[in-house]
Design a binder for this molecule. Structure first.
Ligand code: ZN
Length: 239
């Protein structure tokens, strides 16, 4: 573990004090990826280290934008003013430490007016930590939050979002709906991807969308057989 961790000195964008962050080296060997893009590596879980937390004032954010001025800096400063924060998330982190850093980052992202897509990504990674920890209820609750924020991002933000095209984002929302048992809505989103002629340019996502659509349709059939819902149209669009 020690050989893949290293430290760098950073300045806090909120309190201007310097502190040390522990980072994980980039070159990890990927083992597999889940259908919602949760990626597994041989050496360790890099998601544990992607939130930086200032030990002086307590501000926390994702590493990729920690050094950006928060949109609502005044709100963040007002909240932290006069608080005696003693947190230190330097060094090796346990899963529980990592969960705490994501909860802090989610709290500050909301307070600071962070883009919905960035909030969604925090919820998604927190869900993955719960998945790793074998906590399916907590995982689902966070997947649901991620989905809600991605839907908001879809309406409010300019695409692509990060490295996600419209097709990828629609697929991910559909897959998160499927994983949280909202099957009719999942099928709607996934059908948009499967039926989109542009999706041919993103073969891997198209394949994942077809697989998710089939899983969602089968799950809905099973529900219909149990009398829980109506069974709807069974034809995959665009095929
Ligand atoms: Zn600070």
């Amino acid at each position: 573990m020690a050989d893949i961790l290293y430290t760098v000195e950073k300045s806090c964008v909120v309190c201007d004090k310097k502190f040390t962050v522990t980072k994980m080296r980039n070159r990890l060997s990927m083992v597999k990826q889940d259908s919602d893009f949760c990626t597994y590596y041989k050496e360790a879980n890099p998601y544990y280290y992607s939130i930086w937390v200032c030990p002086h004032c307590g501000y926390a954010a994702q590493d990729t934008y920690f050094e950006e001025q928060p949109a609502k800096m005044a709100a963040v400063k007002a909240f932290l003013k006069g608080r005696d924060v003693k947190v230190n998330f330097g060094g090796e982190r346990s899963r529980q430490d990592a969960v705490t850093t994501y909860k802090l980052a989610i709290f500050f992202a909301d307070l600071a007016g962070t883009l919905p897509s960035r909030q969604a990504s925090l919820y998604l990674k927190l869900a993955w930590l719960y998945r790793e920890g074998g906590l399916p209820d907590e995982e689902k609750a966070m997947l649901d939050q991620a989905r809600a924020h991605y839907e908001e991002a879809f309406l409010k933000e300019r695409l692509p979002i990060g490295n996600m095209s419209q097709i990828t984002l629609e697929y991910l929302i559909g897959e998160l709906l499927r994983r949280t048992d909202r099957l009719p809505e999942a099928l709607n989103y996934l059908a948009k991807v499967v039926g989109n002629p542009q999706a041919k340019n993103e073969k891997r996502v198209l394949e994942m969308a077809r697989e998710a659509w089939t899983l969602a349709r089968d799950a809905r059939k099973e529900q219909a057989a149990q009398g829980k819902t109506d069974d709807g149209n069974d034809d995959m669009p665009g095929t």
